[in-house]
Write a protein that binds this ligand. Structure first.
Ligand code: HEM
Length: 477
C-alpha cells in the first residue's frame, strides 16, 4: 500500500513538473528564443513581457490617442494604428511585436509584402481566425484554405462576373434613389453621411445577396455589425492558455447567441427557398448572390460605407475637387465618376492584412521561425513618405492622373487597398461599381460642405470609420 502511495506521489510530481516545464517553455522560453532569433537578423521590436506581450502598451497608446479628437487633417496613421506608427519609427519598416504570447512580424516593406501576398510557395497562409472573427466571417471564402478555398473562389469569381454585376446595377440605383428621396427632407440641413451610407450599403448587399429575402438579409447584416464590435473589443485581450479555453467570458456568451441567430436566419432563408423549389412555386434557387454562392460573410457593407464616407469628407473639404468630380459626372452622365484611388490610399478600409508562417521559411533575406503571425499594415504603406513623398498625407488625386502604375513607380505592393495576389478582394468590382453609382448620383443632385458639428475622429473597428459619424450639410443644386 505504502509503495503504491509512493509511486502515485512520484507520478503526480512528474506530471506537475512536466506541466510546469511546458508552461515555462510556452510563456517564457519560446518568446525569448523567437525574439533573439529575429534580433540576430536585425529585426527589432518592443520586448516581450510575461504573458501580456505588448498588449498593455498597445491598449494604453490607443486609449490615450482616442481620448481627444484630432485636427481635420488626413494624417490618420498615428491615430488609427498608434503602436505600429510609433514602433515603425523606433525599430524600422519591419519589426516584431507580441499579442500576448503570439509573436507578430509587422512587415511594411513593399518587396516583402509582394512576396508574402503572392505566396508562390504557399508558405504564408491566412491566419487562423480568432473565435470572434470565426463567428463573424464563418467558414467561408475569407478564411478557408487549400482545395476548399479554391472551389469557393471559383464560385465567387462566377458570382461577381461582369455580366452578373451588370444585372445588379438596377438594384444599386434603386437603393441610392431611396436614400436620395430621404435626403429631400434635409435639404440645407445636416445629415450623418456615415449613417446614411451604412443603411445604403446594407440595403444594396441585402438586395443583391439575398434577392427577394432582402429584409431577412438586412437583419443578418445588423447582427454582423454586433459581432464586429465584439472583435475589436477583444482584439488585444490576452487569454491564459487552457483556462481561457475552459472559461467563457460575457462577450463569448453574447457573441455565441448572435452567431446562432445568424445561422438560424440563414437556414430559414435557405429552407424557404428549398420549399419553394420543391413545391414548384419557383423554378430555381435564385439568381442572386446567395443563390449562386450562399456567400461567405464579409464586412461588405462596412468597407464600402467607409470608402463612401471618407470620399464625401474629402470632397466636402476640397470644393475644387468636388466641382471637378461633378463636372466629370455631368459630362459623362454617370458612366464614370471620380476615381476612388486616392481615397482608399488615405483611408484604406482594410487597414491591415493578416497572414501567418507555419513552418520556418525564408522571407527576403530573413529566416522566419514557424508559428509566427504576419501583419501587413496597409495604412503604413499608403502613408509612407518614402513612397509617396513628404506630402503623403495630403489629398492630391492628381497623383493618379496617369494611372496607379505611374503613381507607384510600378511598385505593385505600394498601393493595396484590395490586397494583392491570389487572395485579392473578390468583391473589388462590386464595391467600385456601387461606390461610383452612389457618388455620381449624389454629385448630380447635391453640393455638400462639412457641418460645424463634425468632429474628426477616424477609428479602426475592423475597417476605418468616423467614430462620431460624418456630419455634412447638403445643398440641392
Ligand atoms: C471598398 C470595399 C472593399 C475593400 C477595401 C475590400 C478589401 C479587401 C481586402 C484587402 C481583401 C484581401 C484580404 C487578405 O488578403 O487577407 C479582401 C478580400 C475579400 N473581399 Fe473585400 N473589400 C471590399 C469590398 C468587398 C465586397 C463588396 C465584397 C463582396 C460582396 C468583398 C468580398 C471579399 C472576399 C470574399 C474576400 C476574400 C477573398 C479570398 O480570400 O479569396 N469585399 N477584401
Amino acid at each position: 500500500m505504502e509503495a503504491v502511495t509512493i509511486y502515485l506521489s512520484i507520478y503526480f510530481c512528474l506530471l506537475f513538473l512536466l506541466v510546469l516545464i511546458r508552461f515555462i517553455n510556452k510563456l517564457w522560453w519560446n518568446p525569448i528564443w523567437t525574439q533573439s532569433q529575429m534580433r540576430s537578423q536585425g529585426i527589432k521590436g518592443p520586448s516581450y513581457k510575461f504573458i501580456h506581450g505588448n498588449t498593455k502598451e498597445i491598449i494604453n497608446m490607443t486609449n490615450e490617442i482616442m481620448s481627444s479628437p484630432m485636427e481635420l487633417t488626413h494624417q490618420i496613421f498615428p491615430r488609427v494604428y498608434p503602436h505600429v506608427y510609433s514602433w515603425i519609427k523606433l525599430y524600422g519598416t519591419n519589426f516584431l511585436m507580441w499579442n500576448g504570447l503570439q509573436p507578430q512580424l509587422v512587415v511594411a516593406e513593399p518587396d516583402l509584402i509582394k512576396e508574402i501576398l503572392n505566396d508562390k510557395d504557399r508558405a504564408h497562409p491566412k491566419r487562423e481566425p480568432t473565435n470572434f472573427i470565426k463567428k463573424f466571417l464563418g467558414d467561408g471564402l475569407v478564411t478557408t484554405q487549400g482545395e476548399k478555398w479554391f472551389k469557393q473562389r471559383k464560385l465567387a469569381n462566377h458570382a461577381f462576373h461582369v455580366e452578373t454585376l451588370k444585372s445588379m446595377i438596377p438594384d444599386m440605383i434603386a437603393s441610392v434613389e431611396m436614400m436620395l428621396e430621404r435626403w429631400r427632407d434635409y435639404e440645407g440641413k445636416e445629415i450623418d453621411a456615415y449613417k446614411e451610407f451604412k443603411v445604403l450599403t446594407s440595403e444594396i448587399i441585402s438586395r443583391t445577396a439575398f434577392g427577394s429575402s432582402y429584409l431577412e438579409g438586412e437583419n443578418i447584416f445588423n447582427m454582423l455589425t454586433k459581432l464586429a464590435f465584439f472583435i475589436s473589443k477583444n482584439e488585444y485581450k490576452v487569454r491564459i492558455p487552457l483556462i481561457g479555453k475552459l472559461v467563457k467570458t460575457r462577450d463569448d456568451t453574447e457573441s455565441d447567441k448572435v452567431e446562432q441567430d445568424i445561422r438560424d436566419s440563414v437556414i430559414k432563408i435557405v429552407e424557404n427557398r428549398e420549399k419553394n423549389v420543391i413545391t414548384g412555386e419557383v423554378a430555381s434557387y435564385g439568381d442572386d448572390l446567395l443563390g449562386a454562392l450562399m456567400m461567405a460573410y464579409h464586412d461588405v457593407d462596412e468597407t464600402t460605407a467607409s470608402v463612401l464616407s471618407w470620399t464625401v469628407l474629402l470632397l466636402a473639404t476640397h470644393n475644387d475637387w468636388q466641382d471637378k468630380a461633378r463636372k466629370e459626372v455631368q459630362e459623362l452622365f454617370g458612366q464614370q465618376s471620380p476615381n476612388a484611388d486616392n481615397i482608399s490610399r488615405l483611408y484604406p478600409p482594410a487597414f491591415h492584412i493578416l497572414r501567418k508562417v507555419q513552418k520556418e521559411v525564408k522571407l527576403g533575406k530573413f529566416i522566419v521561425p514557424g508559428n509566427l503571425d504576419i501583419t501587413i499594415p496597409v495604412i503604413a504603406v499608403h502613408h509612407d513618405p518614402q513612397i509617396w513623398g513628404e506630402d503623403a498625407h495630403l489629398f492630391k488625386p492628381e497623383r493618379f492622373a496617369e494611372g496607379v502604375a505611374k503613381a507607384t513607380n510600378n511598385n505593385v505592393a505600394a498601393f493595396i487597398p484590395f490586397g494583392l495576389g491570389p487572395r485579392t478582394c473578390v468583391g473589388l468590382n462590386y464595391a467600385i461599381t456601387e461606390a461610383k453609382i452612389a457618388l455620381s448620383m449624389i454629385l448630380q443632385r447635391y453640393k455638400f460642405t462639412p457641418s460645424p458639428t463634425y468632429v474628426h475622429s477616424p477609428v479602426a473597428i475592423i475597417t476605418i470609420n468616423p467614430q462620431h459619424g460624418l456630419q455634412v450639410l447638403v445643398h440641392r443644386l
